[in-house]
Design a protein around this ligand. Structure first.
Ligand SMILES: Cc1cc2nc3c(=O)[nH]c(=O)nc-3n(C[C@H](O)[C@H](O)[C@H](O)COP(=O)(O)O)c2cc1C
Length: 152
């Protein structure tokens, strides 16, 4: 089965998770980017605003890939205001038809990730596989093992 791992990251956590998965799967990651500067306190406020209002951004994948060529696309995103980051929301919204099977991994500080998934699914519809990693639960490595069992 061919799997591609993508991530968006502001602070490095989603990047670390995606790279841990890729290393174990002997594959390379690709990065989801947009044109907005999310850094600093203003970036934080803008991020919360964009995510809570479902605002879309000009999302792209670097290096560019053909999503339809993979059996499974794994996306790692931070939770922003009970949503995924705007670049991730925008990418999935735009490209969902090209994705054969989507595995969405969200990571956050401590809020209820079931609520985030409920919220996300109201706009993006069904997602084939979902996993969450929460800093306050210290469950990163345990969930990574679970994900590897499910996707490899
Ligand atoms: C704009 C913004 C909104 C956030 N909203 C939430 C939230 O609703 N719940 C939560 O637990 N963490 C929230 N966080 C924290 C991030 O989800 C968490 O730090 C995550 O690990 C960041 O991933 P990253 O390092 O890949 O950017 C938020 C962070 C930002 C920047």
């Amino acid at each position: 089965m061919s799997v591609k791992i993508l991530f968006f990251s502001r602070n490095g956590n989603s990047s670390r998770i995606a790279n841990k998965l890729a290393k174990r799967m002997h594959s390379e990651v690709a990065i989801i980017k947009d044109d907005i500067n999310w850094k600093g306190p203003i970036g934080f406020l803008k991020g919360g605003f964009f995510a809570s209002k479902w605002k879309t951004t000009n999302a792209r994948i670097e290096p560019d890939i053909q999503l339809e060529e993979y059996d499974k696309i794994v996306i790692v995103s931070p939770v922003w205001a009970n949503n995924v980051a705007p670049a991730v929301y925008s990418l999935i919204l735009k490209e969902k038809k090209k994705i054969n099977r989507l595995c969405l991994i969200i990571n956050n500080s401590g809020s209820d990730t079931n609520k985030a998934f409920e919220n996300i699914k109201t706009k993006l519809g069904t997602i084939d596989d979902t996993f969450s990693i929460t800093k306050s639960k210290k469950n990163e490595d345990m969930v990574i093992e679970e994900i590897l069992r499910a996707i490899s």
